[in-house]
Design a protein around this ligand. Sequence first.
Ligand code: PGA
Length: 256
Amino acid sequence: MPLLAANWKMNPTNVDDALDLVRGVMSVARGHADRIEIAIFPPFPWLLPVSDLLVDSGVKLGAQDCFWEKSGAYTGEVSPEMLKGLCQWVIVGHSERRLYLNETDEMVAKKTAAGLGAELGVIMCVGELLDHYDEGRSDEIVSAQVRAGLALCSADDSARLVIAYEPVWAIGSGRNADPEHAYKTMRLIRRIVGEMIGAGAARKVRILYGGSVNGNNVQQYVELPLCDGVLVGGASLDADEFAQIVRVTSEVYGQR
Ligand code: PGA
């Protein structure tokens, strides 16, 4: 089933606005839950109140990050063990964490394995910087990130593993990637995943596009043969815009 993931990042700043947004998502999700999986990723402090609201809604919940250890002296960190029971999903390796928190491929690999080990679904993000793109190095960069990020995973994890291809220059910039570029890179990702965990298991891994997706451009991505959904940032903070993304995605996959 395709996945529509809403990454709220560090928004909204108060719980009432977060719960209002959740109500908006729930009302649009109602008619589409049999066709697409919708997951929202609020900031950590809102996970508990949001999870209470989501009971029986069919909308899934995820965290925007996790640590790789189960417990211990790691000030400020949250483990996958703590998230399970509350969430079904976790995002790891988002480019903003790679950029602002200096997360390395090795850390992303440990987080990916830890999330899967705790039986969470894991969305592992990869994507090249603008310089890499301009230099024609997208394939090289993305391949290396996928290989490194999956280094500790096995074929058993494939059904809960999602890879989001998010060109860094497309995130929050309003400059969404050309669908042809997205398609070629997603095809490359699937091939590499196949090399790492076997072609059969790789078919179960879902691959998303992310980067300035909105209600007007989402169709070009979800129509791509290898695209299993989208990871949406800014546009997921506007209930009407997100509703449009849900409707278009549901319609496209409903016709498959
Ligand atoms: P954006 O963010 O949709 O605002 O570009 C996507 C993401 O960072 O996941």
